[in-house]
Design a binder for this molecule. Structure first.
Ligand code: ZN
Length: 272
């Protein structure tokens, strides 16, 4: 039986709840951390949202999500860089140590050019991130998203970017949903550990059939990801942060969210 000391939940996981409700309910359930999505803190403002979480005794684990650097039009890319720069400031106000980067992709931008735009985007925002002491956590996304969400699809590519920037402020997210299939998964986690580059660890499960690429993630234990073995490698690599439950699911958002939260806590104890 796993205790809840390391359990954090992404606000999007209980999307029907506003931030105030989520914070109160997580706290009552014994959850220790919250990762706050931009959409969830906007109504309150980052500063108040951070205070709300901290006064309930929750750690703010991550701000989610920045990035989306890829676009065919230069002016639009500049808008996105400006948005990331404001998010760095908001992360500081929230008290979040890092921003998760979904790096970006676009159906009208060839993949090599898209990868170049990602590197360019990160280099544009890195000086501000270092100044504000906010880390940038590159999250490789499953390759099914390579045309529209992220051209960074493996831990190896994400770590190559880290090598390129050589900054203690650039690291990675290991999300089991995006990386479980990768034959190099364990080797690359070990590589990340050698450079202290694991900033975050996200869990959910991969169900079959997948009815929607975005909003049909499984609850831990209902799919085929060997979460305990991935967690073991991540921790052996030196990561001692939160285990963050991140589940977008229309099926689960349709449930009574109190029941859903109970299911999450239960499956965390049993299957993570
Ligand atoms: Zn994730």
């Amino acid at each position: 039986m796993e205790n809840l000391e390391r359990l954090a939940i992404h606000s999007i996981t209980t999307k029907p709840w506003d931030l105030q409700t989520a914070v109160m309910k997580y706290k009552d359930a014994g959850v220790r951390g919250i990762s706050i999505w931009k959409e969830a803190y906007e109504a309150l403002g980052a500063k108040k949202a951070g205070q709300l979480a901290h006064s309930a005794g929750l750690d703010v684990v991550s701000l989610i999500r920045g990035g989306f650097f890829v676009h065919p039009v230069k002016e639009e890319r500049e808008v996105r860089i400006a948005r990331n720069l404001s998010m760095i400031h908001e992360a500081a106000e929230l008290g979040a140590p890092h921003i998760v980067l979904v790096c970006g992709a676009h159906p009208n931008v060839r993949i090599e050019e898209a990868r170049r735009q990602v590197a360019e985007g990160i280099s544009e925002i890195l000086p501000a991130a270092e100044r504000e002491r906010i880390k940038l956590a590159i999250e490789p996304l499953h390759p099914m998203y390579a045309a529209d969400r992220s051209v960074i699809n493996t831990l190896s590519e994400a770590l190559d970017l880290c090598d390129y920037f050589e900054s203690s402020h650039v690291g990675i997210v290991v999300d089991v949903y995006h990386t479980w299939w990768d034959p190099e998964l364990h080797v690359q986690i070990e590589r990340a550990g050698r450079g202290n580059r694991i900033f975050a660890f996200h869990v959910c499960d991969w169900k079959t059939p997948l009815e929607d690429m975005l909003e049909d993630r499984g609850l831990m234990g209902e799919g085929n990801i060997d979460i305990p073995s991935i967690r073991k490698t991540v921790e052996k690599a030196g990561f001692s942060g939160f285990v963050e439950v991140e589940i977008f699911s229309r099926r689960y958002w349709a449930l009574d969210q109190d029941i859903w939260l109970g299911m999450i806590v239960d499956s965390y104890r049993k299957s993570v």
